[in-house]
Write a protein that binds this ligand. Structure first.
Ligand code: DHE
Length: 521
């Protein structure tokens, strides 16, 4: 009897369900109604970030659902938990992770139309103003705070914050400075490039270079800005006022295979940008020297077919063709050699003059050569790299490219830092769930860990930058209510703290502009 009752109830429910099926939430319509005004047509972003699978790669879907439901504190993102049903929120979350078809485009016209210039050249004083005038301009630090998307400017002598301003959403890669230290350029993952006047503490120009961007580089003469994009896969070159000069599509010479662009770097001694491709086994070198000689692009079969055509050297990619894509680089100080690893972790040294690999590296796991640093040990130059998979730092002799030492660490790490005036290198273990709260200090001659610093157990502690003299370091307590922790570079004792919202990278003007061997460039 009881069994019959239940099954008839189920049947009744099914019957009712058949009569009136719950309307499936219409995600595109919900987007238009609730999201479009901030996140833009085609989900390309507006006041809010782009909502495309490429842009959301680093956000777990459950966190996207929570953000739609609860909003984001200290931003314009409101909570929709009261307005939308749970199934509508789920549908919206599912939709923003699905590809836009056809793939969104970002044309030269779009780039030009996006450019704004709140302060045209000549409209601001050519002298340092306010607190910047009182500080050593070369001991300033720029700090990227990812928690609430802000940038801080620190006076490195007084160890004080002198300015803080809102940045574009999700800056990534190191900010890049002009050689006089007046301007710094930031790239956001959503493609925005911002030019900031440090002397006047103003954003003076902005442009959207792409839809999903990796990083930007500034030429050593301060005249060009190059941007690496995943979406669309291209390199975009601007003048120093962010006026578009050229777009170079990520494609092979024949034009029958495309690639995303992994990153672009300035190679000052060569007056060129070096460019990594994600999906094609090529390295590009784009000269910004108007006197650069024409060159042949070096596809052997093209020569055979008599198709080799000299390309103008200026602002055109000169290709080094490899057998695997390399997209995480370290450069020798003269930029003649690039030390890179493939996605599988295979390490190679590529000479940019002969345009071919000249050595293989014996590196286990997933070396992160992009954060490599170098120093002299017993008169020989070495390069050291963290490892994103294995708990170790590899040290390589740059004369014969042999692995000299493998230094065990607490966990896989991301960033490595030192300074010409310091006998120590600092490494994090931020890829480790258990040791991400600890920085380790390595003696650069003995090649062993000599100290461990763990100021806040359980909280991510990573990314170090020295002041211009190598006297102290600033390390990031990478939490929403985080801090910049100043530590004595010799005793490793804490000197002071400044509160910061998930501080990520810190960049000292002197170390960057002088291309210190202990930091990234
Ligand atoms: Fe980065 C630099 C690639 C994830 C923070 N990162 C770089 C550079 C590259 C790169 C190629 C060098 C460009 C430059 O400085 O101009 N990063 C990658 C990845 O491929 C990876 C693993 C995955 C991704 O989603 O892109 C990745 N990076 C991260 C993070 O998760 C970090 C920790 C937090 C964040 O902000 O995204 C992060 N990357 C950084 C920082 C730099 C950087 C702070 C600049 C380091 C420096 O000190 O110069």
């Amino acid at each position: 009897m009881r069994a019959m009752k239940i099954s008839s109830l189920i049947l009744a429910a099914l019957f009712v369900g058949n009569l009136a099926p719950a309307a499936a939430a219409d995600a595109p319509a919900l987007y238009t109604q609730h999201c479009l005004s901030c996140h833009g047509a085609g989900r390309l972003g507006g006041m809010g970030p782009a909502l495309l699978p490429e842009s959301l790669e680093r956000l777990k879907r459950k966190d996207a659902v929570a953000t739609i439901r609860e909003g984001r504190a200290a931003t314009q993102m409101p909570p929709f938990g009261q307005t939308l049903q749970p199934d509508e929120i789920e549908a919206l979350a599912g939709w923003i992770y699905s590809p836009v078809s056809p793939a969104p485009a970002w044309s030269e016209a779009d780039i030009r139309a996006s450019r704004t210039e709140p302060f045209p050249p000549g409209s601001l004083p050519d002298a340092r103003q306010g607190d910047v005038a009182k500080a050593d301009p070369m001991n300033l630090f720029i700090v990227v705070e990812a928690g609430d998307h802000h940038v801080s400017v620190l006076d490195g002598d007084r160890m004080e914050r002198i300015f803080r301003f809102p940045s574009r959403y999700a800056l990534h890669g190191g900010p890049k400075f002009t050689p006089d230290g007046r301007y710094v350029f930031f790239a956001s993952r959503d493609g925005w490039v911002s030019k900031f006047d440090i002397w006047n503490l103003k954003v003076v120009a902005e442009v959207r270079a792409g839809i999903n961007t990796r990083n930007a580089a500034v030429s050593s003469d301060g005249r060009f800005v190059a941007v690496a994009n995943y979406l669309p896969g291209n390199v975009v070159i601007f003048d120093a006022d962010l006026k578009l000069l050229k777009v170079i599509d990520g494609a092979n010479l024949k034009g029958d295979a495309a690639s995303r662009i992994s990153a672009v770097y300035d190679a000052a001694p060569r007056k060129s940008f070096i460019i990594g491709l994600k999906d094609l086994p090529e390295i590009w070198e784009v000269s910004y020297d108007p006197a650069a000689k024409p060159f042949f692009n070096g596809y052997v079969h093209d020569y055979k077919m008599g198709e080799a055509i000299a390309t103008p050297g200026y602002l055109n990619p000169r290709r080094t063709v490899l057998d695997v894509p390399l997209d995480d680089f370290f450069f020798t100080q003269d930029y003649a050699n690039l030390v890179g690893a493939s996605r599988e972790g295979r390490g190679q040294v590529v000479n940019l003059d002969v345009r071919r690999p000249i050595a293989a590296l014996d590196l286990p796991g997933m070396p992160h050569l992009g954060s490599g640093i170098s120093w002299l040990r017993d008169g020989r130059r070495v390069v050291a790299s963290t490892n994103l998979k294995d708990a170790q730092v590899s040290v390589i002799d740059m004369q014969n490219w042999q692995t000299l030492a493998t230094i065990p660490t607490l966990g896989p790490g991301f960033f490595l830092r030192s300074h010409e005036n310091s006998p120590y290198a600092w490494v994090d273990s931020m890829m480790s769930p258990t040791a991400r709260d600890t920085l380790q200090v390595v003696d650069k001659q003995q090649l062993k860990v000599v100290a461990q610093i763990r100021p806040e157990p359980g909280k991510t502690f990573a990314h170090v930058e020295f002041d211009r003299y190598g006297r102290y370091v600033i390390a990031s307590l990478m939490e929403k209510d985080g801090a910049l922790i100043f530590l004595d570079a010799s005793t490793f004792k804490e000197i002071k703290r400044l509160p910061a919202s998930k501080p990520i990278g810190k960049y000292n003007l002197f170390n960057k502009i002088q291309r210190s061997e202990g930091t990234s460039h």
